[in-house]
Design a protein around this ligand. Sequence first.
Ligand SMILES: [Zn+2]
Length: 377
Amino acid sequence: MPELLGCVAEQALVDHHCHGVLYRDADRATLESMLNEGSGWPGGSVFDSQAGFAFRRLCPPVLGLPPHAELADYVIRRAELGANEVNQRFLVAAGLSALCVDTGFTPEAITSPAELGGLAGAAAHEIVRLERVAEDVVAAGIGADGFAEAVRSALATRTASAVGVKSIAAYRTGLDLGPERPSDPEVTAAAGRWLAALGAGSPRIADETLQRFLIWCGVDLGLPVQFHVGYGDSDVDLHRCNPLLLTPLLRAIQPTGVPVMLLHNYPFHREAGYLAQVFPHVYVDAGLATHNLGTRASTLLAEALELAPYGKFLYSSDAFGLPELYYLGAALFRTALSGFLAAGLQEDLFTERTVVRLTRMLCADNAKRAYGLGNQM
Ligand SMILES: [Zn+2]
């Protein structure tokens, strides 16, 4: 692995989009199912991939094994140490100073933001998922007539100590959302249609009017609004996740000054960079893709920073479940950033002082400023 610039190696990261990690041990099947957004198939392994080889090169040494250790040996060592020790080792090795944790996705028991912060030795903040709040309101028995008010009230309560909200409209309707704020009668009618169509099981919101309503509720709270964009699991229709589809809505939100954070973005990271350049309230990251692209993360970062202002790019891991993903995201981001800055030094584009300043911005200060974390750290 190339040696990092000193300032990049030493700089703690603010991870502005991430999730809890598993309490339980991860066996081979768990590693196979959680390494990336896909799943195994008969006779194959997800580890035969960019993410897999980055994992095998970088993760074993954190557990005291040589690089490239066999997965069978890795799983044995992981079980010997136990989930808590493994979680702590990788989270500490990621070198984080603060986390913004999305608490809306819990297919199984995972750590809370406070537990995650304790493991990482970092400040932990919550990001509230908008759809989850609306679904909880409906699960509690609220009907269409009371829906709008109940959601606003629940969101006010849930975000009292949160630093942002998140929309997963990308997973539900796609990003081709109208710009208008829906009126309460429109929300009531849409909620009525949604509730009438609900089957058994937990409610799942997927309605263009309601997604828009939730986003505007988030804007009204004055908190940064995160959007899932691009790359995700097979539940996403990727062709509906180009961030350019958000352009009319971004234009409508702009006068409020509320920051909009476009998450992941791959393979639309260049489009997202364009949006960050032309809209003062739009910020971008390359989370999730950074560790999935392995050695190509350097190209990803360089492409994301073609148009995105350097003051509008944030670090995120989008780690979920496996603490290894926190470490891989951080290590590959540092390698990519160090390479990007070293190339600039060599081309006499950056001075040493510029490199130090950009490192602070891209790793931590942009996120602190956008989320107002400054006073809490
Ligand atoms: Zn995520």
